[in-house]
Write a protein that binds this ligand. Structure first.
Ligand SMILES: O=C(O)COP(=O)(O)O
Length: 229
């Protein structure tokens, strides 16, 4: 497994940059009724957060051919409710730190580019590459194409995500995986995949992969952010 240094940081979106789980939990049972799969009882949430995507699909009794339709419907609902979804606290500062350290940033997600850009708002300009709309199990292909088009060797790339399918995508292309502890999947389930990094909070990423910026003595990088020169 690659241990860095990393030349490109690629992010998953939902559960990694965007705090969309409360919205997801709110709409999923209406979607279940519409597409005739099992509703999620409150006590089941913790079980589901320990499973990979295939396990969730099985647990809910979703027939695989319905997945693209369910996914498209969810993305339309997300577009309708986009004002209810925001970035996790600490994400804008993390992106600014990586940007300032000269680490190029990218996104590989199953969500739509329009939803992603709406939630990113002014942070969208920090990303040089996007591969959006990946199917539930199709992230590996998108990640591979993005890395190739961006001109990096896979072993110099870090994919940052919150689901086991993010780990699977990274492994399939030969890049390293950083698991975040604040997303949809329980961090212990992610830890079991053997990630290169486990991040307890967004601020930990720049510290782990980017060399510290030279700042005036006694001043932290975050304290200097936003000051005019
Ligand atoms: O919107 C989805 O389908 C999930 O999006 P993600 O790939 O960014 O986790």
């Amino acid at each position: 497994m690659s241990t860095g240094p990393y030349r490109l940081a690629v992010f998953d979106f939902d559960g990694t940059l965007a705090d969309s789980f409360p919205w997801f939990a709110d709409v999923i049972n209406d979607v279940a009724d519409r597409y005739r799969f099992a509703r999620i009882a409150p006590h089941e949430t913790e079980t589901l957060r320990g499973l990979d995507a295939a396990g969730i699909v099985r647990h809910l009794g979703i027939v695989p051919w319905k997945l693209p339709f369910i996914s498209r419907h969810m993305h339309r609902l997300a577009a309708r409710d986009i004002h209810r979804i925001s970035l996790f606290p600490g994400v804008p500062a993390m992106l600014a730190d990586l940007d300032a350290a000269g680490v190029p940033l990218a996104i590989v997600s199953s969500n739509t580019r329009a939803n992603i850009e709406a939630v990113l708002g002014p942070e969208a300009h920090r990303f040089r590459h996007f591969a959006c709309g990946a199917s539930l199990f199709g992230k590996g292909k998108r990640l591979s194409a993005l890395i190739r088009e961006a001109g990096f060797a896979p072993e110099t790339v870090l994919y940052v995500g919150d689901e086991i399918r993010d780990h699977d995508a990274a492994r399939s292309v030969g890049c390293a995986f950083a698991a975040v502890a604040w997303g949809y999947t329980h961090v212990e389930a992610l830890r079991a995949t053997g990630p290169a990094l486990v991040l307890s909070e967004p601020g930990a990423l720049a510290a782990a992969i980017a060399p510290p910026r030279s700042t005036p003595a006694g001043e932290s990088p975050s304290a200097s952010r936003g000051k005019t020169p």
